[in-house]
Design a protein. Structure first.
Length: 134
């Protein structure tokens, strides 16, 4: 909890101090719990939000940010998704390794590369300052 500057609980704390440290980013980008949580949200979006990128991104951003992305933000997310999808289509073993992170099973009925690409996109979105500090 020190990495997240959490209070020690020795005294009552009315409001937590806002923080954003490199160690915090290291944990949230690489911690198995965060990757697994990203995978679960990503796979929910793939199953529940429709077939289009815009619908899936809206599903994710509403849950993480309580708002939709602006057009500029959506453009960046789309480009990131395209790059991740191309990478995981070229290396399915790496995509499978990513989806195996964590204790829970991944949804094998969904396409591997698509699941991995969305997992990493959601992981990046979960690390936005707006998500971590809202």
């Amino acid at each position: 909890m020190q990495i997240f500057n959490a209070p020690s609980r020795e005294h009552s704390t009315v409001r937590r101090e806002r923080t954003n440290t490199p160690l915090q980013a290291l944990v949230t980008m690489n911690g198995s719990q965060f990757i697994e949580a990203s995978r679960h949200l990503a796979q929910r979006a793939l199953r529940e939000a429709g077939d289009e990128f815009r619908q899936r991104l809206g599903f994710v951003t509403l849950r993480l940010l309580a708002r939709s992305f602006t057009e500029n933000e959506r453009t960046v997310a789309l480009q990131t998704h395209r790059e991740l999808l191309a990478m995981y289509r070229a290396d399915v073993d790496e995509a499978t390794r990513l989806l195996n992170v964590g204790d829970s099973e991944w949804d094998t009925t969904l396409p591997v590369a698509e699941s991995a690409a969305w997992t990493m996109l959601v992981n990046q979105l979960m690390n936005l300052d707006e998500v971590l500090n809202k």
